[in-house]
Design a protein around this ligand. Structure first.
Ligand SMILES: Nc1ncnc2c1ncn2[C@@H]1O[C@H](COP(=O)(O)OP(=O)(O)OP(=O)(O)O)[C@@H](O)[C@H]1O
Ligand SMILES: [Mg+2]
Length: 408
């Protein structure tokens, strides 16, 4: 059974055709395709005609040497109009007429408190939900639990993490599938998919921060005690470094991008102040700049991006987790010195993201395709294509998720 992960990035559409890997309960990538386009900016679609065009080209390339049909499609949603909010609510369990105030919690209590929590996370009528992820429950002053059913208490508190986007944004993405007659598809918030590609369930349980650097976006995801705590998209990325290099080195964009990939380091301490780099300028002459100067430009901009990320981590009060390994990934994390800079700024231990439970039949999967493959892994791990009956058979959390999904 084929599942296609489609990462509609700001400049490239990257797709990964995958199958479930029943041996590792992960996934196996059969084929990847990467195509340039001009259909979106900073993760948001701005030209639907061009989007459909490149989507069609991608489908042709993916399907050209497979015999079976594609069963499921998972596409990412990104952009500034995706927001994530935490909602918390407490409901009393007892009724006035009851003599015994302590009540045993049933599924309908859970249903009620999740619905109330979710209402507090909604902020606008023109928004539509992408994900709602239940957090812990708390009964009176007892320790938090993931499963409050059959426990007794007077009041029940719950928190739900809701990720929502504009209705029109969702409709635009859905219209691409509609125009190709594809029905079996799901939308997943991009940072969730990228994080899924580089972590496993043990990481989620132990607590992990994943930062993914893209061209026009930076993604941040935090898991703690096995539960998603935060997932955000910051609307700027590595292209700002290229733009700075272009201006300050007085060159064109492609040259600046090449210098970023081959010469630049985000850690000036590693650059040679004596080594001069020849840069072609717009009048075809060459100017020389020291490697250290190029590194300082690069460092300044990446520092700014990391400051945005750290601010979000602090806003969510997850700063303590910065000292456990932080995983940095994404195509732009290939910039030399990236992890070292984050590590020095935050006194943290950083590691480079590696594909987890994702096998690749040919060469090793590069960070370029982590989001595309992560979309498929997210769909498999969270069983997002299963219907209600299947979800009922699953664990408690999947049933809870189904409750929440059914509430609206
Ligand atoms: N070796 C490298 N060193 C430095 N930067 C790199 C390297 N390889 C790729 N990059 C940068 O990574 C970015 C990759 O862009 P691409 O559009 O593929 O990312 P993306 O994750 O799809 O973007 P987004 O999700 O923001 O739309 C570019 O800015 C590119 O210059
Ligand atoms: Mg991306």
């Amino acid at each position: 059974m084929y599942i296609l992960g489609i990462d509609f990035g700001s400049k490239y559409l990257k797709a990964a055709l995958c199958v479930r890997d029943y041996q590792t309960s992960g996934i196996s990538v059969k084929k990847t395709v990467k195509l340039p386009h001009r259909a979106s900016r900073q993760g948001t679609m701005i030209d639907l005609v061009k989007a459909k065009e490149v989507f069609g080209q991608m489908l042709e390339k993916i399907k050209c040497d497979i015999n079976e049909s594609i069963d499921e499609y998972v596409i990412n949603v990104s952009g500034e109009n995706v927001g994530s909010y935490s909602g918390t609510s407490t409901i009393p369990l007892w009724k006035q007429e009851n003599e015994e105030r302590r009540v045993r919690i049933t599924r309908s209590h859970v249903n009620e408190v999740l619905k109330a929590a979710k209402m507090t996370a909604y902020n606008k009528d023109d928004k539509v939900e992408l994900h709602s992820i239940p957090q812990e429950f708390q009964i009176d002053d007892q320790p938090a639990t993931l499963n409050p059913i059959d426990m007794s208490g007077i009041k029940l508190k719950s928190t739900v993490y809701v990720i929502q986007t504009d209705k029109s944004h969702r409709e635009n993405i859905c219209s691409i599938f509609d125009s190709f007659g594809i029905k079996n598809y799901r939308l997943v918030f991009s940072p969730l998919a990228t994080a899924e590609a580089v972590i496993d369930e043990d990481d989620k349980e132990a607590g992990v921060i994943v930062i993914s650097l893209g061209d026009q976006t930076t993604e941040l995801t935090v898991y703690l005690n096995g539960i998603l705590r935060m997932s955000k998209m910051i609307p700027f990325g590595s292209n700002y470094i290229t733009k700075d290099l272009k201006i300050l080195l007085k060159t064109d964009y492609p040259t600046a991008n090449r210098i970023k990939k081959t010469v630049a380091t985000a850690f000036p301490g590693d650059a040679d102040p004596e080594k001069m780099i020849q840069v072609e300028n717009s009048s075809s002459q060459k100017t020389e700049f020291s490697e250290e100067y190029i590194a300082k430009i690069t460092e300044a901009r990446l520092k700014e991006i990391f400051e945005f990320v750290t601010r979000e981590i602090y806003k969510g009060s997850y700063q303590r987790m910065i000292h456990s390994p932080v995983i940095i990934t994404g195509p732009a994390s290939c910039l030399k010195g990236t992890e070292k800079l984050f590590s020095e700024m935050n006194n943290s231990k950083t590691t480079c993201g590696k594909a987890m439970d994702i096998r690749s039949e040919k060469e090793e999967l590069t960070p370029d395709f982590f989001t595309a493959a992560g979309l498929v892994k997210y769909a498999v791990v969270n069983d997002i294509f299963s219907d209600r009956d299947e979800a009922e058979e699953g664990g408690f959390m999947s049933r809870i998720k189904q409750f929440v999904a059914d509430l609206f």
